[in-house]
Design a protein around this ligand. Structure first.
Ligand SMILES: [Zn+2]
Length: 411
């Protein structure tokens, strides 16, 4: 405890002393005596004045202005204030009497010594710096990951002492850390801090979903999805963009499952997300198109029904994608009875697998009371995770979803 108090004390001394030394040295340089020689030096110092080092802090002992005083034939001027005789050429230059520079040097020495003894070496100086300046420094090279400054910030965030303006400024810096910067662990540490700073981090995260790189956009959207109560337009747009195939984006391991989470989220918020999802049905990205159609299907969209069927139908075929039929089938089913004529048209292009699935879906839609295992047209086995895949929730079916072409060509 004593050690901690001592460290705290040294840290305070260091911070105050370095601050004052900088301030005083700046004042000293700016008010350096420049004018003419006109000030009285005063009487000789007494031994007492020498001992108290008054000479170190004050210029001259009298400082009376001798301007206008005539020098005698020996070039001497007598001060009317203290009576000292001084040579005119030896008078002091006009300027500040106070020796700011020397006082600044004293504080600088104190700062260097205490800094060397502790705070700088063990990083405790950061403890006494107020939060806002510390946050501003976080964005400089002093505040890189794993520096003393960063550790102090992390500590303050954990104990909840960063809020308001400081929290918002810090969130902006941390949101950039979500990008794929090649520093191991910086994104995950930023994530945990941004969670702590919630809700002050909402604005920074929303911004990052628009300006970030692939990784930070996805991570920011993920955090917002998990925490925000009602999604903003920005977040919905970010989620739709998350439906993209990002298998070739750097840092994909951080984003595992982001497309799945985004899809579930957009489905949950269909009432306000439909316009964005329906737009994405016409995307040029195959995965985004597929997921958008899936969401619209599960939501029972009345718009673009035919387009949804056209996109999902090929996934019922025994194709080279892995596990897409188990998602496409229920998506088509949830379009409801109005989709039946569209499905009947598709039967002529269907292979054995698609044909069985379509017939089962049509039978179920026309006979909603009929149980899954009492149908004339049984559903081929699509997944082991749900007994009746047509009624299973999207999250169950999308578990471990990978939109990859499987060389074995199953399902
Ligand atoms: Zn004088």
């Amino acid at each position: 405890m004593l050690l901690i108090v001592g460290e705290q004390y040294a840290a305070w001394v260091f911070t105050v002393a370095s601050g004052l030394s900088i301030l005083l040295l700046v004042i000293a340089v700016r008010t350096w005596p420049r004018g003419e020689r006109c000030r009285c030096k005063g009487k000789r110092r007494t031994w007492w004045q020498k001992c108290t080092m008054g000479w170190f802090f004050w210029r001259g002992r009298c400082w009376y202005i001798l301007k206008g005083q005539e020098a005698d034939s020996h070039g001497m001027v007598q001060c009317p204030e203290c009576g000292t005789n001084s040579k005119a050429s030896r008078l002091k230059k006009d300027g500040r009497r106070f020796k700011f520079g020397n006082i600044g040097l004293v504080f600088l020495t104190v700062a260097v010594v205490t800094g060397y003894l502790g705070p700088v070496r063990n990083g405790t100086w950061t403890r006494v710096v107020p939060t806002y300046p510390l946050v501003i420094l976080t964005d400089t090279s002093f505040g890189m990951t794993r520096t003393d400054l960063r550790k102090e910030i992390v500590k303050r965030v954990r104990n909840g002492s960063v809020n308001g303006r400081s929290a918002r400024a810090l969130a902006k810096i941390l949101a950039k850390d979500l990008r794929n910067d090649g520093i191991w662990g910086s994104a995950s540490s930023a994530m945990s801090m941004l969670k702590k700073l919630w809700p002050d981090s909402i604005e920074a995260l929303s911004h990052e979903t628009m300006v970030g790189d692939g990784q930070s956009k996805a991570l920011a959207a993920q955090m917002l999805r998990q925490r925000i109560e009602v999604p903003s337009e920005i977040l919905l747009v970010a989620c739709v963009s998350d439906l993209h195939d990002d298998g070739d984006v750097d840092g994909w391991e951080m984003m595992e499952g982001n497309a799945r989470q985004a899809a579930e989220y957009l489905l949950r918020w269909w009432s306000i997300s439909s316009q964005y999802v329906l737009e994405a049905i016409e995307s040029s990205d195959e995965q985004q198109r597929f997921l958008a159609a899936t969401i619209a299907g599960f939501a029972g969209s009345t718009e673009k029904r035919e387009m949804v069927v056209n996109i999902l139908f090929p996934h019922l075929l025994d194709n080279s994608f892995y596990g897409d039929a188990k998602i496409a089938a229920p998506a088509i089913y949830h379009l409801g009875p109005k989709a039946v004529p569209l499905l009947q048209q598709k039967l002529k292009d269907a292979d054995d697998q698609a044909r069985s699935i379509l017939l089962h879906i049509i039978e179920r839609l026309e006979n909603p009371e009929r149980a899954f295992n009492h149908c004339k047209n049984p559903l081929p086995k699509l997944t082991s995770r749900a007994k009746d895949p047509l009624e299973a929730p999207l999250s169950t079916l999308m578990y471990n979803f990978w939109f990859v072409k499987d060389s074995n060509g199953t399902q």
